[in-house]
Design a protein around this ligand. Structure first.
Ligand SMILES: [Mg+2]
Length: 124
């Protein structure tokens, strides 16, 4: 299996730094951005298979970005990782809007996220 290309967007810098280290060590191509605007630019340049996305960010939020992505690059799989919790309402809305998965932050392990990514790419 060809390793997927990833763009990770989150305003929590420590988190995307950690993702970058983890996935680079394992041979994935990953680029990170701390805002949706920066992330969109990366997405246009890198054409990633996977976008790891935060929900709550200043400026354009994750839900708005999902909408943009689904119209521009419908094959890109969007995986939300967010601490936001409203009894699952937002999660269901995002999945209905085309998100591939929604994981709760903090993640129990990065391996959990890796598994979701590998599964998403098998189905291509
Ligand atoms: Mg955030």
């Amino acid at each position: 299996m060809k390793k997927p290309t990833i763009v990770a967007i989150d305003d929590e810098i420590d988190f995307i730094d950690m993702l970058e280290n983890y996935f680079k060590l394992r041979g994935y191509k990953i680029d990170i951005a701390s805002s949706a605007t920066q992330g969109l630019e990366l997405i246009n340049n890198k054409k990633p298979d996977i976008v790891i996305l935060d929900l709550k960010m200043p400026g354009i939020n994750g839900e708005e970005l999902l909408g943009l992505l689904k119209s521009k690059r419908p094959k890109t799989k969007v995986i939300f990782v967010s601490a936001f919790d409203d009894a699952g309402k937002t999660k269901i809305r995002l999945l209905n809007a085309g998100a591939y998965a929604y994981l709760d932050k903090p993640l129990s392990s990065l391996r959990e996220l890796k598994k979701v990514i590998d599964k998403a790419c098998k189905k291509r």
